[in-house]
Ligand binder design. Structure first.
Ligand code: AKG
Ligand code: FE2
Length: 716
């Protein structure tokens, strides 16, 4: 492995002089530059010198904190990241999280942090260890190097599992401050070589909230020296320079490709003590350090929202101006500090700011829409098109192999503009208080795992894919991890018989439903009947309606709707912005094997699955009793491969436009296949009606409805 050890920035002549000559005084101009967590920081020579001998004040507490990763990721600009210890924007590291395991020899003091980079590890929590030498090509290390070179300040967050700080960490995750990455180097950690890096608090004029209480609060707690950088020496074998990190055992070559790497004589050292200069030096703060911007944005959300948008800003988290918690947008029309499923008993803040989006005219959403490309709308199944039977709708029916059918009722302006039609419903749903909320994972159902296996399937709550428009999202590919408390990426409310989509919330009775919900139910009942009878089935009126609301960049990930007791037919009405609905085989049926290499127990060998021919003949032998169940499973395990991150390919992608209806018919469709919906930018509602069996009288009452004459739909 070739690696150039990136060392310290040399002190410039100017800064050396400055460090030794400047004497801070009470009316020093740097006082005017004192930074709060909300003002952009520009480190000047004056700021640096002012911080040398004197500290002006201690922060009272974290400028922002949260109970979950998602709350932080949703709110803190520089930490849009759901997994791992470092966030980046695709190029540079923007933030670091120091939680459970920071590795041996890690250190956190008032102003200096020494830790390791993540990645290439096995184990979890406190017992992470490297499983191979870390490569300098990994995105995390590249981004850390890029921030080091650019002197780009990174935000640091500390988690309550961190054992390096001496003070009590007040919340699960707490924002610390801006830090500078000053050094990156490699060390042997266990059997392998890995990266470590050193960070320095950027603003030396204030004490962080985590600083230990000292006897003299006027003095900086951490010793500093500005004019004595730690020694750097060239290796006599490889000729490369390495900084002296440790006074004990002494200088070592930190170039991993060198045979002298991490050796004193010919031996690897066992005991370590940091070189005091490595801990105490401070990198010069000059105008070459880019403006870091605000650490935490406390935005005034009381301002009137802009007209005609439901964009990401409308549902990004905010930092509570009162208690500093990161509050996610849980409710359709408010940020509410009390509305946190992970709220701790001691939390008492009741801050709430109501912000209803201003009504978004349909025309603004529909205008200038460019057609989807063929690639975006792949379809290996061709529909049967019927333009006549239910005119003015066009019907497109897709037969799904061993999975029933999907009927797409394509709408048009004639239908949409009629009284009580989709245009009217779109406007009404925006005006009404439907009770839409985002629900936390753990209290929601509908995950693909409920049938066992398929742990890789994408939960319905989370975005369809990480390939979103913004580069920030792209930078965190694992943002879709399933952590308890993670909120759905859409708003939901249920009417009628509880769908168990959200177990913790009672469904509202149809008798209490606003009129547009019943109007929609009338249309969905009509479409259900037409599709079912068209397929030769028996119609059963729906008794449940789930309304979903999507702001921009929201979506629903791959999932099935197959709850216990669910009837075979599911009808959805789309309102607002256009979207793509994707259908694919569940991974466990496509690959025939789970990620942990367990053969799928009830594998029907669906047409189009991987190794179809071989799987079918093996299944035949088993069905005929020619091989035992053990052999059947063993032979499939030997034959089938499951590439790590790959999913079953999309079978069908439909373009759902405003006013369109889609009916999925057949229990097998939910058992073997899954669907996801990815709206374009703009506001969208999806109203889905189903029939659900129930033994509860109360649920039956909730699910019963009587439509007014004008709510009964006849397809016109
Ligand atoms: O948004 C959509 O069109 C789909 C909704 C859906 O799949 C569901 O409610 O289960
Ligand atoms: Fe669904």
């Amino acid at each position: 492995m070739e690696l150039t050890v990136v060392g310290d920035f040399p002190l410039s002549e100017g800064s050396k002089r400055l460090a030794s000559e400047t004497v801070p005084t009470a009316d020093h101009p740097s006082k005017r530059l004192r930074q709060s967590s909300e003002t952009p920081q520009l480190m000047t020579e004056a700021t640096l010198s002012q911080g040398v001998d004197e500290v002006e004040h201690r922060q009272a507490g974290p400028p922002a904190w949260s109970n979950s990763r998602q709350q932080i990721g949703d709110t803190i600009e520089w930490f849009h990241c759901m997994q791992g210890g470092a966030a980046h924007n695709g190029l540079k590291c923007t933030g670091v999280l120091l939680d459970a395991d920071n590795g041996e020899r890690s250190l956190m003091s008032d102003e200096v942090i020494i830790t390791r980079t993540g990645g290439d590890c096995t184990g979890a929590g406190q017992t992470l260890s490297l499983k191979q030498n870390q490569s300098p090509k990994g995105i995390i290390i590249r981004s850390i190097m890029a921030s080091l070179r650019a002197k780009k300040p990174v935000g640091v967050i500390v988690g309550v599992r961190n054992e390096l700080l001496k003070v009590k960490i007040p919340h699960r995750y707490c924002v610390m401050d801006w830090f500078l990455i000053t050094n990156v180097w490699m060390e042997k950690m266990g059997k392998y070589a890995g990266f470590r890096f050193r960070l320095e608090k950027l603003d030396l004029s204030t004490k962080g909230w985590w600083a230990e209480q000292g006897p003299n609060e006027e003095l900086p707690l951490a010793p500093r020296n500005l004019n004595r950088p730690p020694p750097t020496r060239e290796c006599s074998v490889c000729g490369k320079p390495s900084i002296q990190v440790y006074i004990r055992p002494g200088w070592m070559c930190l170039e991993p490709s060198c045979r002298k790497f991490w050796k004193i004589g010919n031996k690897e050292p066992k005991e370590f003590e940091y070189h005091p200069d490595f801990l105490n030096y401070r990198h010069p703060r000059g105008p070459d350090i880019p403006n870091s911007g605000p650490l935490v944005n406390v935005v005034d959300r009381n301002l009137e929202p802009p007209e005609g948008v439901a964009d990401r800003e409308e549902w990004r988290g905010i930092v509570c101006p009162e208690c500093r918690k990161c509050i996610q947008r849980v409710t359709w029309d408010a940020w509410d500090c009390t509305d946190d499923a992970l709220r701790e008993p001691e939390e008492t803040c009741c801050y709430r700011v109501v912000r209803r989006i201003r009504e978004i005219p349909l025309q603004s959403i529909l205008k200038g829409v460019r057609p989807y490309t063929r690639r975006q709308l792949q379809a290996s199944i061709q529909p049967v098109i019927d333009k006549r039977s239910l005119e003015p709708y066009e019907l497109r029916t897709y037969e799904i192999p061993n999975g029933g059918s999907i009927t797409h009722f394509v709408s048009n302006p004639t239908i949409n503009e009629r009284a009580d039609g989709p245009n009217h419903l779109f406007s009404e749903l925006q005006r009404l208080d439907l009770g839409l909320k985002r629900y936390p994972l753990g209290s929601a159902q509908g995950e693909n795992e409920k049938e066992g296996g398929g742990a890789e399937s994408h939960p319905r709550h989370l975005p369809v894919s990480s390939k979103r428009k913004s580069s920030k999202r792209k930078s965190c590919k694992k943002s879709t991890c399933r952590v308890k408390g993670t909120l759905t990426c859409h708003f939901a409310v249920n009417y009628g018989v509880p769908y168990k989509y959200v177990v913790s919330v009672e469904s509202r009775a149809f008798s209490d439903a606003p009129v547009p919900i019943l109007t929609a139910l009338g249309r969905l009942s009509w479409a259900t009947e037409k599709a079912v009878t068209g397929a030769g089935g028996q119609y059963q009126a729906p008794n449940e309606l789930l309304a979903l609301g999507y702001f921009e960049q929201m979506s629903i990930g791959f999932h099935d709707d197959g709850e216990k007791g669910l009837g075979p037919t599911i009808a959805t009405l789309s309102l607002g912005t256009r979207s793509r609905m994707h259908i694919r085989m569940k991974d466990k049926y496509y690959f025939g094997i789970s990620k942990s290499h367990v053969a799928t127990s009830d594998d029907p060998v669906l047409p189009g699955c991987i190794n179809e021919k071989e799987r079918r003949s093996l299944k035949k032998s088993f069905d005929k009793g020619q091989i035992t169940a053990e052999d059947f499973a063993a032979q499939r395990v030997a034959m089938l491969r499951r590439p790590g991150s790959r999913h079953s390919p999309k079978l069908l992608s439909l373009e759902l436009k405003h006013g369109d209806l889609v009916v999925m018919h057949g229990a097998a469709l939910q058992k073997y296949y899954e669907h996801a919906v990815e709206p374009d930018n703009g506001l969208r509602f999806a109203l889905t009606a189903r029939y659900i069996e129930t033994n509860s009288d109360m649920d039956r009452i909730k699910g019963s409805f009587k439509l007014q004459d004008n709510q009964i739909y006849d397809g016109q």
